[in-house]
Design a protein around this ligand. Sequence first.
Ligand code: PLP
Length: 310
Amino acid sequence: MSESKGIAYCHGQFMPIEEASVPILDPAFHKSDVVFDAVTVCDGAFFRLDDHMERFYASCEHVRLTPPLPDAQIRSIMAQCAHRAGFTESIVFVLCTRGRYAGGAAFGDPRTAENELIAYAVPFFTIVAEPKMKSGAHLWIAQNRRAPDAAINQRCKNFNRMDLTAAHFEALDAGADQPVLLSTDGYVTEGPGFNVWIIRDGKALTPGDNLLEGITRKTVFDLCQDIGLEAEATDLKAEDLENAGEVFISSSAGGVVPVVRVNDKPIGNGAPGITTGRLSDLYWAKRADGWHSIPVADLLEPEEEQAASA
Ligand code: PLP
């Protein structure tokens, strides 16, 4: 039997992920009128699910989307996606789409649309390919700027990603792994799927504006407190990254990941930083200890729970 690529919940039903689709008349498709969140499952347990759901509902509210199901049911659907796919290591996505305009028309009043919920579980993946998770990533400061908050509130987790995709092409063309985008006024923001950090003068620094406030970013603030390292959100320029003692990125897709090169400059001595390593080890150790975790099995319906423990 071939391994599952994932299970989706779409239009009220569970199905293999290859069969799930968004109708082209849903503005989620033709207007990117959709918000989402992505939660990791490791060793069969969600990490910081409450934080992800809080961010998901804030994203929905910002663009006037209303998930059509109660919170407990949404969590149960997310758990069922991971469980039905047989994944103990997974990333589970939850999306609220605008849905079809009244009468199913191609254009119309967004206030009339019936919002839809989609969820899916895919195998766990990382923001850079596996060997670089340890040996360190190469970041590229892209020419393409991040869309400003005044146009698209980046605190809202969205799929308006033309800026991120153009920057990704730039990074790949330059032989790097991932791009970092500057704001239109020249400050470091983030990359596609991650926040950026530097270690400078014994402090962990990360940008504070024009970005998604990652749940892993929040976790790094907690970890810094654990190891007695001062951490602060502040404005950073491209040179601050290039000249930092250490650089790392934070993402649900891999935790704390070292960066060893920014543009053509090696960072520090060109090897992953010691503090970065401490934070990364602590991240995984605390997760293995059940920190902020909720077992998938706890959110299943009773009959599925029995099957999960059989
Ligand atoms: N920034 C962007 C644009 C993202 O898409 C993501 C995650 O997908 C992040 C940052 C990191 O957020 P988190 O730590 O919640 O995964």
